[in-house]
Design a protein around this ligand. Structure first.
Ligand SMILES: NC(=O)c1ccc[n+]([C@@H]2O[C@H](COP(=O)([O-])OP(=O)(O)OC[C@H]3O[C@@H](n4cnc5c(N)ncnc54)[C@H](OP(=O)(O)O)[C@@H]3O)[C@@H](O)[C@H]2O)c1
Length: 334
């Protein structure tokens, strides 16, 4: 496994996104399967593990805490605060709430530490910028957690270059995490360059386009009713059918390069910049092995151009987020 720099850490060039072991794409996997995936990633040389308070309303952090505790010294453990489940109606039902107030972030950090069974979290992201709180206040509170030794570094998720600069002036930011793949090019507007200039690692989430670029998700009407892709415009049946038309040419490129479609998607990201670290998510051991092999795929400049022309914000049909989700992020939406 190759390595890349993330703040003070050297991490595997491909990290593991752990969200879908507990959350997002249908029924969570069993505890045993979650454990198998995490330990197989460790065995394969993955050292960056990405979770969040939100995922499974704490269940994902609990899983990582239990399984990775014996390996804590070998890994860079990343989690997120500022978006969590709250019993807003007092009926025991948790609702997703964005809350970047300093006191809430401190409380969430204590909960994360307990669930992760660790004394310190290596990288703690503000999952969403709460636009009712100046970003300096939220990042200032996270800076206090660094000084107290509860976290080692600070990350941001889904913020614009301007917000990154404001936050970075308050406290050094180690990493910015945002969706980035062939079909989601928003970070190319300004964020990728700002990260490079400021020495901030760019962590690319949903790098295989939530399954689209793997050529295995051909039917979206059968997705689980709770699958979050159902609310995403580009996964709406008509839009998705149009997007599938892009795949035959993409599969031809993968064949020419000599890799699988998922590997091509991840390798494309690795070739976009040395400061980019993709974190694919999977519940399957064979997909995990396949995805991590992308580190050995080489793509020449002409093929990068071919891919750029083929799948981009102009050729994809439907935006990545619906109106509600888009109002919660600070990035331009394609
Ligand atoms: N900061 C944020 O707001 C945010 C938002 C979303 C995600 N994230 C992070 O980014 C991580 C990854 O993102 P993601 O899970 O949304 O998207 P992703 O990694 O692009 O896609 C995951 C989907 O692709 C499938 N897949 C992966 N590799 C495959 C392969 N080789 N062949 C076939 N199917 C494959 C998975 O299914 P199988 O399980 O069947 O493999 C899963 O349905 C998350 O786990 C999370 O840590 C962060």
């Amino acid at each position: 496994m190759h390595h890349r720099t993330l703040g003070p850490f050297q991490v595997s060039a491909i990290g593991l996104g752990c969200m879908n072991l507990s959350h997002a794409y249908g029924t969570p996997v069993s505890a045993e399967q979650g454990e198998r995936v995490l330990l197989s990633a460790l065995d394969a040389g993955v050292t960056l593990f990405d979770t969040a308070t939100l995922y499974g309303f704490g269940a994902n952090e609990t899983l990582l805490g239990r399984v990775l505790k014996p390996h804590r010294q070998k890994i860079t453990l990343a989690s997120k605060c500022g978006m969590q489940g709250v019993d807003v109606n007092g009926d025991g039902k948790l609702v997703r709430v964005i809350d970047g107030r300093p006191a809430s972030l401190r409380k969430t950090c204590e909960d994360s530490l307990r669930r992760l069974q660790t004394d310190v979290i290596d990288l703690y992201y503000l999952h969403r910028w709460d636009k009712t709180v100046p970003v300096e206040e939220s990042v200032g509170a996270l800076g206090e957690l660094v000084r107290k030794g509860y976290i080692r570094s600070i990350g941001l998720s889904e913020v614009s270059a301007a917000t990154l600069r404001r936050a970075h002036a308050e406290h050094p930011i180690a990493a910015l995490q945002t969706e980035y793949s062939l079909w989601t090019r928003n970070p190319e507007i300004a964020v990728l360059d700002a990260c490079k200039e400021l020495g901030v690692a760019f962590v690319a989430f949903s790098p295989v386009a939530r399954g689209f670029l793997c050529n295995t998700l051909t039917e979206v009407t059968t997705l689980d009713p709770k699958d979050i892709r159902r609310a995403m415009p580009r996964f709406a049946p008509d839009n998705y059918a149009a997007n599938l038309q892009l795949l035959p040419a993409y599969l031809q490129v993968a064949q020419d390069v000599g890799c699988t479609p998922a590997q091509l998607a991840i390798a494309w990201l690795l070739h976009r910049g040395e400061h980019i670290i993709p974190i694919p998510g999977t519940t399957s051991l064979s997909h995990l092995t396949e995805d991590l092999e992308a580190v050995n795929v080489t793509i020449d400049a002409a093929t990068m151009d071919r891919l750029d022309a083929l799948i981009n914000q102009k050729t994809v049909v439907g935006s990545r987020y619906n109106v509600q989700s888009n109002s919660e992020v600070d990035t331009e939406n394609f």
